[in-house]
Design a protein around this ligand. Structure first.
Ligand code: FES
Length: 172
């Protein structure tokens, strides 16, 4: 998805309707609500309330059912997410191996706190607990790619690389 801004209600409904259309032929038993929500999230990087309302209306399902799925699975977000999602592992092994200064560096560079998304929707930052790659700590995950055994210098490079990829073309 290439949009960097929050879509208007009309845009959300138009895009969501296209997705809904590809699910309409499924019977109630065949319907895969998780896949539907995943398709919507892939488009917007979160589940917009207007999209969920439209699904409920068009597919005749209680809105509460969609919200139950959306809140049960951690892969779904009900708030807009940044184009670059950064997760810093703060599990015990990563902590011992130096995760804290790495996190401090990222906080300082992005001017974000964990759990926040930048107003331009470029970055979201989260801390996570052990992701099962302790030998590679300290570890940062950027858009599902793992970067392990990080040094402070590498963090800086990594962040400027994501800036380049995002096409910001500016410093700081
Ligand atoms: S503590 Fe970070 S991967 Fe295990």
């Amino acid at each position: 998805m290439s949009q960097h801004t929050i879509n208007s209600k009309e845009q959300i409904e138009q895009i969501t309707l296209k997705i809904i259309t590809s699910y309409r032929h499924l019977s109630e038993e065949e319907m895969d609500w998780i896949a539907l929500l995943q398709d919507i999230q892939d488009q917007f990087r979160y589940l917009p309330p207007d999209g969920l309302k439209l699904c409920a209306r068009e597919l005749n399902v209680p809105l509460s059912q969609l919200y139950s799925i959306a809140t049960f699975y951690t892969c779904f977000s009900l708030a807009p997410r940044g184009k670059t999602e950064i997760q810093v592992c703060m599990g015990t092994a990563c902590h011992i191996r130096g995760a804290e200064p790495i996190l401090d560096k990222i906080l300082q560079q992005l001017a974000l706190n964990p759990g926040e998304t930048s107003p331009d929707l470029e970055y979201s930052l989260e801390t996570v607990n052990c992701v099962g790659a302790c030998a590679r700590g300290p570890l940062v995950i950027i858009n599902s790619n793992y970067y392990g055994n990080l040094t402070m210098g590498q963090v800086e490079n990594l962040l400027s690389k994501t800036r380049d990829i995002n096409g910001e073309g500016k410093n700081g």
